[in-house]
Design a protein. Structure first.
Length: 219
């Protein structure tokens, strides 16, 4: 087949018309890389390579655009690309290039998510792990990223219990309804029942100790 027309379409995109009346739209980089010109003869194999290269470039540029907004795990980005470009083979090749250039790095992404979920949002291990898994981070990478926070969870629980939300609920150790409401809220944040029960018990003990100390000073 022969290229019967090659002209600028818009921006950096060119319209390439073939003698079978097909039109394909290619970036200038693809035009230059393959040395395309009017009157050039192409066989089917060459045309497939050109179309593949064009689709690869589009998918790669789309991935870079997404990464300008936020980080992605390999699995999450792959899903985005396949949804748009359909070909798993093509999208896997794009992912390999992104990973090779360190634009996609599951370990780095997991570390960032761990800081966000544990240090900022003060989630427990179970909730943090669940949120990271939803982002496509592999389980073993999640475990590596969260293992440094083993002592942080108890600290987070203590801090949470001193916030107004929980102080309003924890005014009376014997108010079972309010205490259970506070505990259930903490469990939803990803803390185990064991962690929550211990933290709430320590909270009440601390409050009662402070009251006793104040009374002793006043007396």
């Amino acid at each position: 087949m022969k290229i019967t027309s090659l002209q600028k379409y818009k921006g950096t995109t060119y319209e390439v018309e073939l003698d079978d009346d097909r039109k394909i739209y290619l970036h200038i980089d693809i035009i230059v890389d393959f040395g395309l010109r009017t009157g050039m003869e192409l066989d089917r194999s060459e045309l497939r390579k050109i179309i593949y290269a064009s689709n690869f470039r589009r998918a790669y540029q789309y991935a870079l655009h997404l990464l300008d907004v936020r980080d992605y795990s390999r699995k999450e980005m792959f899903g985005k690309l396949v949804k748009t470009y359909k070909s798993e083979k093509l999208c896997s090749a794009v992912m390999d290039k992104l990973t090779e250039l360190d634009f996609i790095n599951d370990s780095r992404y997991a570390e960032k998510l761990a800081r966000k979920y544990v240090e900022i949002r003060r989630f427990g291990a179970r909730r943090a792990s669940m949120e990271m898994y939803r982002k496509g981070v592999p389980k073993e990478v999640i475990e590596d990223a969260l293992c440094i926070y083993d002592e942080k969870y108890a600290e987070n629980l203590s801090e949470l219990l001193t916030t107004s939300k929980y102080e309003r609920l924890l005014t009376d150790r014997d108010d079972r309804k309010s205490v259970e409401k506070a505990k259930n809220s903490l469990v939803r944040l990803g803390y185990s029942f064991t962690e929550v029960n211990e933290a709430v018990r320590n909270y009440f003990d601390s409050v009662e100790d402070n009251i006793m100390q104040t009374e002793n000073v006043q007396s």
